[in-house]
Design a protein around this ligand. Structure first.
Ligand SMILES: [Zn+2]
Length: 329
């Protein structure tokens, strides 16, 4: 951690003591905008799926952190399944982290619902994770703090191993697979029996770094899956395909591994996604069609169908699906 200027250090100490010096209300009133939309990155400990774990600037007790969505929503009812599931995961991580860093086993997870219950004008959904070491915190007695917000943040960031291992443990033990995401992809076959694959962009690479058929996650359920697929293909490759020309080739529960990068923790860690994979077949595609990579793809390659089985950069699962085409002939 780089050394703070005397002014910055003073500011940090002002935050630390604000609950005690009655400066909290004064500081708060001078803010005037949604501070949670405008979150200071230096206080963010961890982030996944648009949910952040951050330190509380006006802590009740050292180690007090918060879980909140990046999006400005007021209530848990507005969270997506994935965001809500990530809140569950982060409350699990927070409890482990508080025990690890502060040796406090208890944690209060506090959500203040409604204008009357909220002490501020924010209305930006957030959950307090308050280390609970004695009943006096039930009475909302504020404490004289030992650490500034930055010191609190850095203590948690230094426990990066704990964050990553408890996140992985949560995924393994508590992740609920009743709501699998749906991914649709398409085997685009040219008339000379070559198949179109994409080289994934840096931020979308799998582990290992496989080439994949074009496709993506279904975002809207107001259209047919083929229509969603056509939308995705258009975004990914700049081409227009007809949904009715895509016939279902395979439907299976599949897994992929990626490497997540946490810029806050300056660490990488593996994750596995389980999803329902519907793979469609689109035949007789004109190989001369111009392809324009979108955000997810770096470029495209055509691979002859008879080279797929021995190709090192194609997953076993994709190979099995492509074998179904050969069986068809
Ligand atoms: Zn906000």
């Amino acid at each position: 951690m780089s050394k703070l200027t005397p002014e910055d250090q003073k500011k940090q100490e002002l935050y630390r003591d604000a609950r005690f010096t009655n400066q909290y209300d004064q500081i708060w009133q001078s803010v005037g905008k949604c501070v949670f939309c405008d979150l200071k990155e230096k206080y963010v400990i961890f982030e996944e799926n648009g949910i952040v774990l951050t330190i509380s600037l006006f802590a009740y007790i050292d180690g007090h952190c918060m879980i909140m969505p990046r999006r400005h929503v007021r209530s848990p009812k507005e969270l997506t399944d994935l965001e809500w599931d990530t809140v569950r995961k982060f409350s699990y991580i927070a409890k482990k982290l508080i025990k690890d860093v502060h040796s406090v086993k208890g944690m209060q997870l506090i959500y203040k619902d409604g204008v009357e219950a909220q002490s501020t004008v924010e209305h930006h959904l957030h959950f307090h994770c308050v280390p609970f070491d004695a009943p006096d915190l039930m009475e909302w007695n504020y404490r004289k703090l030992q650490y500034t917000p930055l010191e609190n943040t850095n203590q948690y960031k230094q426990a990066r191993k704990k964050i990553i291992t408890s996140g992985a443990k949560f995924d393994k033990k508590y992740h609920q697979s009743h709501s699998l995401p749906i991914y649709c992809d398409v085997i685009i076959l040219s008339s000379n029996r070559e198949i179109l694959f994409q080289e994934r962009a840096e931020s979308h690479k799998l582990s290992p770094d496989f080439l994949t058929p074009l496709g993506g996650k279904v975002e809207s359920f107001t259209r047919t899956l083929q229509e969603e697929l056509a939308r995705e293909i258009n975004e990914e490759a700049g081409i227009t395909i007809s949904p009715k020309d895509c016939t279902l080739l395979s439907s299976r529960v599949d897994t992929v591994k990626h490497t997540n990068v946490s810029k806050q923790l300056k660490a990488t860690y593996p994750t596995t996604t389980v999803f329902l994979r519907n793979t469609y077949l689109l035949k007789n595609f004109d190989k001369n069609t111009k392809l324009t990579p979108g955000d997810d793809a770096e470029n495209f390659v055509w691979i002859p169908i008879n080279e797929i089985a021995s190709h090192e950069r194609i997953s076993e699962s994709t190979k099995e699906i492509i074998e179904l085409i050969q069986d068809e002939q």
